[in-house]
Write a protein that binds this ligand. Structure first.
Ligand code: MN
Ligand code: MN
Length: 467
């Protein structure tokens, strides 16, 4: 009997895929290193709440790691480290490989914009003796989640004379913060019978910024008081807010989550939780065989549009410059290249389990999550990686001992989402989605596991270093 059981066990181990048990052992094996790695990540994410701040941080970190600004007229050698800063909102970084770009380049592409609440061009108004800002939300948010939480204001204002002002209010100790108000439950009768998606509209996302009038007789004294303060402090007038990009984001800092401190809660994990390990992996990559890149993209949350989004040719131009410097045709380089589209995926949430198909979901602590395809309504808008490329990726991850898992975003026909994968695949490169599973994705306070974050770092490193 025992012999028979042993034979069955052996057969199961040989033939069946056990997703949970080996992952558990591997996660516990790297938990201590993962805890250390997450400390640097928390500093990064607190300092990088907008795409501009993420680029500023990355430029500093890249310089410290020996990267210099890319010059298309320079001939680079193996091990040289260069970066291109696209308008302070997107970036390409590269470590030149021993084979250069001749056999293609390796790219990890992550986006550094996150859902948030932007100001309208003429935002400031007063109503019922309060001063507020009108907003236009950015990306896919559940609007009710943004009320009654502390917000900080980030971005840039270009004054009439062309001078620029960088804005960051609400992050430093002692700074004022802002908020969107909600109706009290005692008076919430009308709101409470509405559908969740309709209870809070875009025009309800008004930000409270003042409540004292200017101490004179006259009109618009609440608004005037705030403009007077802004003028004294920042030298701006109301019309300067027209040429501005001002973004409201949650004012709270990243925090360990759980008694075991195994997770990190923060705003904007999507997708800086992939950008950070990709950068660290590139920084730790000495002279790879193939030229290796990290691409940081803006505007993914609104469709990768604009000249800093991956619909723009900036990544193509950068790789084309690298190719031409070696006397290569860019299209020949692209056709041999590959890309890890480094973006987050949804972790299975036991509270909302009906939205997931447990057998094909990603789980916290089972490592970096691969998604062969994304999209919605029958893989619409997805890249759908080839079996060959996925086969190669899983081989190099296994050989490097990286903890990884595969999954879909959720149940078929439950919804869906896209990434930058198809923007890169358009250039005839092999592309696959890979990233950190997230709980409460697109909320003001998303949660990830430290083990998964560390696994992402190991995965990007293995990819850059693979032969
Ligand atoms: Mn994303
Ligand atoms: Mn997103």
């Amino acid at each position: 009997m025992e012999e028979k059981n042993n034979a069955l066990k052996e057969l199961s181990e040989k033939l069946l895929l056990d997703r949970a048990k080996p992952a558990r052992a591997a996660a516990l094996g790297c938990a201590a290193k993962a805890m250390d790695f997450a400390e640097g990540y928390k500093d990064f994410i607190d300092a990088s709440k907008t795409e501009r701040e993420a680029v500023d941080w990355s430029v500093q970190a890249a310089k410290a790691a020996g990267f210099v600004e890319f010059d298309p007229n320079t001939k680079y050698n193996a091990g040289d480290k260069v970066y291109y800063n696209n308008r302070g909102k997107a970036m390409c970084l590269a470590v030149i490989g021993k084979q250069g770009a001749a056999q293609g380049v390796r790219i990890a592409a992550a986006h550094i914009d996150s859902p948030r609440v932007d100001l309208k061009p003429i935002p400031l108004y007063e109503s019922s003796e309060l001063c507020l800002l009108k907003t236009h939300y950015y990306g896919g948010i559940k609007k009710y989640q943004w009320a009654a939480i502390p917000l900080s204001l980030h971005g840039k204002i270009v004054r009439k004379d062309g001078s620029e002002l960088t804005v960051n209010i609400g992050e430093s100790a002692g700074d004022p913060q802002f908020c969107i108000t909600d109706i009290l439950p005692h008076l919430g009768k009308d709101q409470s019978v509405k559908k969740l998606g309709e209870a809070f509209t875009g025009e309800d996302l008004n930000v409270l910024v003042g409540s004292l009038p200017l101490d004179v007789e006259g009109e618009q004294l609440y608004k005037l008081n705030i403009m007077k303060l802004l003028n004294e402090q920042y030298g701006i007038v109301e019309s300067d807010l027209i040429s501005a990009e001002l973004e409201l984001v949650p004012a709270f800092k990243a925090a360990d989550i759980g008694f075991d401190r195994s997770m990190v809660g923060a705003y904007g994990h999507d997708d800086r939780v992939c950008a950070y390990p990709a950068l660290q992996a590139l920084f730790d990559c000495e002279a790879p065989e193939k030229t290796s890149l990290v691409v940081l993209a803006d505007k993914e949350e609104i469709g990768s549009v604009g000249n800093t989004g991956l619909c723009s040719e900036y990544m193509n131009y950068f790789v084309s410059d690298l190719a031409r410097a070696e006397g290569l045709e860019p299209q020949h380089v692209w056709s041999k290249s590959s890309c890890l589209s480094a973006d987050v995926t949804a972790a299975l949430d036991p509270t909302y389990i009906s939205a997931f198909e447990p057998g094909n979901s990603t789980y916290l602590n089972r490592g970096v999550g691969i998604a062969k395809y994304t999209g919605s309504r029958g893989k619409g808008g997805s890249n759908d990686a080839s079996a060959e490329f996925l086969g190669w990726v899983r081989r190099i991850l296994d050989e490097a001992g990286v903890l990884w898992q595969i999954g879909e975003l959720g149940k078929v026909d439950q919804g869906g989402g896209g990434t930058v994968a198809y923007d890169v695949a358009r250039l005839n490169a092999d592309v696959i989605d890979i990233g950190v599973p997230v709980l409460s994705m697109h909320s003001p306070f998303e949660v990830i596991s430290k083990v998964d974050l560390f696994s992402a770092y190991q995965a990007f490193k293995a990819y850059f270093e693979a032969k």
